[in-house]
Design a protein around this ligand. Structure first.
Ligand SMILES: Cc1cc2nc3c(=O)[nH]c(=O)nc-3n(C[C@H](O)[C@H](O)[C@H](O)COP(=O)(O)OP(=O)(O)OC[C@H]3O[C@@H](n4cnc5c(N)ncnc54)[C@H](O)[C@@H]3O)c2cc1C
Length: 467
């Protein structure tokens, strides 16, 4: 945007917002140009919203002046969703970080979008309640960002993803209209379910300003297993066998040898780095049921050559056993100058095939690919290690990523299980959806956002590019 136009936008915003909520300072603009990917952009203006009324004002001015708005929570996204590639207004929701209500009688909590995921979990646990969605970024990501990306996490194998816990949303759409969708009831089939359109919409329809979530009773006991395998494929086969034998673990996570080595170099946990793969499994519930589930899982993994290297029978040691998995992403970041973390999901019976395909793609393209992920969900994070300053290497990385996407789609899977499409995968959506579906996506988008100001250039392929 030109300087004079930016001045006009700022003047419009400052009619209702304090000067310290609206910044054009170059350093601040720079800071808000990134998320957790390598993508970068530069917003023209950064706005720190403190209330729904602030958000409504921003969306009124932005709509009138046709300025892009890029909502931002914790900036931990892995698809470039919060990166302001078009310039415009970075709308930071981090200051809207109050837990408004925890109601054990209704089994709900009402929060502002900037509440950090772990803060909500801790707050409800004090009431003996449980908010299951647990993205590995839970100490940094926000509930608003989790809803906008429909975040998953290890516990989602048993309990489902963010979507399964959202009962109500308050959203603001371009023009500044405030919509309250859903509410605090457990069941609701009145009207069209507009709330679900906003879950996973990656900031392309409107801004989430309040979230009502469903809570569960806190499970009394937690137990976990760490199992080493000499063959990566055996670990994958063992998971499929566990899941098809009537056991539903709380979590089933995979790390390959390179990931284990990276984590061990980051912090020595004593992982079995000589093994080709590590499977982390967990169970929760009543103490006896947890022990029984762990015993059944031990029996299953042993049939596939798994060696149990640790068993944790209480909550504290189970959480410790789990800690290395949370460190996987930052540890991998130290392996190469850059990394591209993918997020494909396949039907779980196809996991062994998908892993073989990834290994083959790594060999053929000569791109080092390390592998970890929520294997119980079929959601894998093949991570491509590279140096963006090397164009030849980057063309092989692009080839490898494309082949991974094709393989996932061929196996009946999807491009992204939890990180979203953002700006990094939207070119592949025409391969994932027929034109008639993409047209309907755009019809929905334009219904809420006729001027396409909400996070433009994200999630959906550009109009016409899919025909
Ligand atoms: C180390 C690490 C581990 C991770 N592990 C997981 C994992 O296990 N599971 C998982 O699902 N993801 C994971 N992620 C990805 C990321 O943390 C999630 O996508 C998370 O939900 C993003 O939340 P955020 O608050 O950081 O959102 P941001 O990155 O700020 O934004 C993400 C998207 O949501 C939109 N958005 C944000 N807030 C709002 C709002 N209030 N209204 C409308 N749109 C909004 C943005 O425009 C953007 O498109 C991980 C990331 C890192 C860095």
């Amino acid at each position: 945007m030109g300087d004079q136009f930016v001045e006009k936008v700022v003047a419009g915003l400052q009619k209702r917002l304090r000067p310290d909520q609206v910044s054009v300072h170059p350093a601040e603009r720079l800071v808000y140009g990134y998320d957790a990917t390598w993508a970068e952009g530069l917003p023209d203006v950064v706005v720190h919203a403190e209330s729904t009324a602030d958000v409504a004002w921003v969306l009124r001015i932005a709509n009138e002046m046709e300025v892009p708005v890029i909502p931002r929570g914790g900036g931990t996204g892995l698809a470039g969703g919060a990166v302001p590639i078009t310039g415009g207004i970075c709308l930071n929701l981090a200051r809207m970080n109050r837990i408004l209500e925890i109601d054990p009688a209704d089994g709900i909590a009402v929060v502002q979008p900037g509440v950090i995921t772990n803060a909500l979990q801790k707050a409800v646990e004090a009431h003996g309640l449980f908010y299951p969605p647990d993205p590995a970024s839970l100490y940094m990501s926000t509930i608003g960002g989790n809803v906008a990306t429909n975040a998953g996490g290890p516990r989602c194998l048993k309990y489902g993803v963010t979507r399964d816990y959202v009962l109500g949303l308050e959203v603001v759409i371009p023009g500044g209209e405030v919509l309250r969708l859903g509410g605090r009831v457990m069941k609701d089939v009145s009207g069209y379910d507009l709330k679900h359109l906003f879950i996973g919409s990656e900031g392309t329809l409107g801004v989430i300003t309040e979230v009502t979530v469903r809570l569960l009773p806190r499970p009394p006991a937690l137990g976990a297993l760490a199992v080493a395998f000499d063959r990566l494929e055996s670990a994958c086969e063992a998971v499929v066998a566990i899941l098809s034998s009537g056991i539903l673990p709380l979590m089933a996570e995979l790390m390959d040898q390179e990931v284990m080595r990276a984590v061990e170099a980051f912090h020595p946990y004593g992982l079995p780095v000589e093994a080709e793969a590590l499977l982390l499994l967990a169970a929760d519930g009543e103490e006896e049921a947890v022990r029984a589930d762990l015993a059944r899982m031990v029996h299953r993994v042993q049939a596939f050559g798994g060696r149990v290297v640790r068993i944790a029978n209480d909550t504290k040691s189970a959480a410790d056993l789990w800690e290395p998995r949370r460190q996987a992403s930052p540890a991998i970041a130290r392996l190469a100058p850059h990394k591209l973390s993918e997020d494909i999901t396949v039907p779980r019976s196809r996991i062994p095939q998908m892993v073989r395909r990834i290994q083959q793609i790594a060999r053929e393209t000569r791109v080092p690919i390390v592998l970890y992920g929520h294997i119980g969900d079929g959601n894998l994070h093949p991570t491509l290690l590279c140096d963006r300053r090397n164009p030849e290497e980057m063309s092989r990385v692009a080839q490898a990523a494309t082949q991974i996407f094709h393989a996932a789609l061929e196996l009946g899977g999807v491009l992204s299980g939890e990180h979203g499409i953002g700006m990094l995968k939207q070119d592949f959506t025409p391969q994932a959806f027929p034109p008639a579906i993409i047209e309907k996506f755009w019809a929905i988008k334009l219904l809420f956002d006729p001027k396409n100001i909400m996070n433009p250039g994200k999630k959906l392929p550009l109009p016409g590019s899919w025909i």
